[in-house]
Design a protein around this ligand. Structure first.
Ligand SMILES: [Cu+2]
Length: 270
């Protein structure tokens, strides 16, 4: 082989290598894109199920640091039916605090860390009752698409007005004796205030999530989140007295499969 032939061979070999490298690079990129699509489908396009057998449990108590502000008596004279429904004076229910500072009606939920997973709503409805011209429950969680069954147990007219920012508002009268209404909310929103336009003191809150890892503390201040997938989370405690003040209390919690972790929250009286 003479020098010219060698040069030509070397040129074609280089060209071949460049083409081969480009092809490999392109293939790698395609593979990455496909993997990305698959990952996306796994985290955002599919509906996850709760694995109770392998999931972790996060439990805790919400306590108040300080003395609870006193609830005021609700003046129900404007509607004799409401007043007659109470043998003792009806009290506001902004603060339900136990002897050791346990705070009820705190909405505790996973705010971040589920990687965009969504979960199917349960078939069972959440019942929101209007009784004695107060809402029962005062704070509740509901999943996106889950039915909220709204009952009027009072012999008077109520008007349910949901003041969501992201969810469509609804504003409907419900006369005494009328059947329960069923409504759903279709956007994640913590919290949606619900009020009665007839009785100005009536208010409650719905926490709307696309996953089931939420709870409302009872009178013992306790909550439990079960079946939580292993991961790093922001768990948040919301209380109505913090609402509108730009605050809720966040806590970082990491859980492994089947692990039990404690996350105790302390609220400051507002
Ligand atoms: Cu009312």
């Amino acid at each position: 082989m003479n020098t010219t032939t060698l040069r030509k061979l070397s040129y074609f070999l280089s060209l071949f290598l460049v083409v081969a490298l480009i092809s490999c690079g392109g293939k790698k990129k395609e593979d990455e894109e496909e993997a990305g699509e698959d990952k996306g489908a796994a985290t955002t396009g599919t509906v996850a199920t709760v694995d109770m057998a392998n999931g972790a449990t996060i439990t805790g108590t919400v306590k108040l640091d300080g003395k609870a502000p006193e609830n005021k008596v609700i003046k129900m004279e404007a509607d004799p039916v409401c007043k007659a429904a109470h043998t003792a004076p009806a009290m506001e229910d902004h603060w339900l605090v136990g002897g050791a500072g346990e705070v009820a009606n705190t909405f505790v939920y996973i705010k971040d860390g589920l990687g965009g997973k969504t979960y199917a709503a349960p078939g069972d409805a959440i019942t929101l009752n209007q009784q004695g011209c107060q809402y029962q429950p005062h704070v509740f969680g509901v999943m996106v698409g889950q039915k909220i069954k709204i009952q009027n147990s009072d012999q008077t007219l109520h008007n349910i007005h949901a003041h969501g920012d992201k969810n469509e508002q609804f504003n409907e009268g419900q006369p005494a004796g009328s059947p329960a209404k069923e409504r759903t909310m279709d956007k994640v929103e913590v919290m949606v205030p619900i009020k009665c336009d007839v009785h100005g003191w009536m208010n409650c809150y719905a926490g709307v999530l696309n996953h089931p890892f939420f709870a409302v503390t009872g009178k013992d201040g306790k909550f439990e989140l079960k079946g939580v997938p292993p991961g790093d989370y922001t768990v948040t405690a919301w209380h109505e007295t913090l609402d509108g003040k730009g605050e809720s209390v966040d806590m970082k919690v990491t859980v492994a499969a089947k692990e039990s972790k404690t996350a105790d929250f302390t609220l400051k009286p507002q």
